[in-house]
Design a protein around this ligand. Structure first.
Ligand SMILES: NC(=O)c1ccc[n+]([C@@H]2O[C@H](COP(=O)([O-])OP(=O)(O)OC[C@H]3O[C@@H](n4cnc5c(N)ncnc54)[C@H](OP(=O)(O)O)[C@@H]3O)[C@@H](O)[C@H]2O)c1
Length: 242
């Protein structure tokens, strides 16, 4: 199958391209660095024309109130070009429980992206993943100082980017779900505990202070970011750290 992977140079996109090409498909990465800009529209039609499947793994440069405009414009451009270019399947990667956290601009932006896809002209699949293991360093950095990292006890089900890429590649070459598939890591941790495991593994002597008001995940109510009934990936967090 011919697959246009938009955002195909990113953390997930680059692995999806590799997995698809290794399994005999013809996947091509597209991004600003290859001359395609989903916001201005430059190169978008050429990128998707002739592709059987379009996989959109772009990400907004910021997680703030500018993020809805990124997803609105990029989806408008990509869906119009995909319809014109004859693609039969459009895939996006979203977040488990994303519609349950309306206080976060970025999560509202991802719900908007899902809604635009569902209402759009191309058969589709939405893969919703839990938080990437690779994302933990950024999460720790947001609320850290020289002595401590403050984190809420929000339940998190970390998944390795490689496992996410495997799932996205599998969905991309299947029939459109015209619906959603949830994928998650094999274990659920409280975020503060995950922080302690991570610092200890790195030999970082700072303490983790449990703080229900700290950082982005303070906006999350209960365990909405986890799904024990999701397709569970194999990689455990401590094995990934090792
Ligand atoms: N972080 C998580 O835990 C998590 C969980 C679930 C789902 N997700 C979702 O996973 C998706 C992929 O995330 P990721 O971490 O793989 O992203 P990433 O590493 O930041 O990669 C983003 C990709 O988008 C491209 N891009 C950005 N702006 C662009 C533009 N204007 N035009 C064309 N390409 C553009 C980038 O390349 P250039 O810079 O060269 O353009 C890059 O290839 C995101 O949509 C995110 O919402 C994330």
């Amino acid at each position: 199958m011919k697959v246009a992977v938009i955002g195909g140079t990113g953390l997930i996109g680059s692995q999806v391209v590799r997995i698809l090409n290794e399994s005999g498909h013809e996947a091509v990465p597209h991004a600003q660095s290859t001359g395609v800009d989903v916001i201005s529209g430059q190169g978008v039609e050429q990128a998707v024309t002739g592709a059987d499947v379009v996989v959109n793994l772009t990400n907004s440069p910021t997680f703030d109130e500018a993020s809805p405009a990124f997803f609105q414009t990029s989806m408008d451009n990509l869906l119009a070009a995909s319809r014109k270019g004859g693609a039969g399947h459009f895939v996006i990667l979203s977040i488990v429980g994303v519609d349950q956290v309306p206080r976060l601009d970025y999560y509202r932006a991802k719900v908007l992206q899902e809604d635009l896809l569902k209402a759009g002209p191309v058969p589709y699949s939405i893969v919703r993943a839990t938080q990437f293991m690779e994302f933990m360093d950024a999460v720790l950095s947001w609320t850290a100082d020289a002595d401590a990292v403050r984190l809420p006890a929000t339940p998190i089900q970390p998944i390795a980017a490689k496992d996410v890429a495997d799932a996205v590649a599998e969905v991309a070459v299947g029939a459109p779900l015209n619906g959603m598939r949830n994928i998650g890591g094999p274990e659920v941790f409280k975020l503060d505990e995950l922080g302690r495991i991570t610092l200890s593994h790195k030999g970082d002597a700072r303490t983790v202070v449990t703080d229900p008001t700290a950082g982005m995940f303070a906006a999350v109510e209960g365990d909405v970011l986890t799904d024990r009934n999701a397709h569970l990936a194999a990689t455990r967090y401590t094995d990934w750290l090792a």
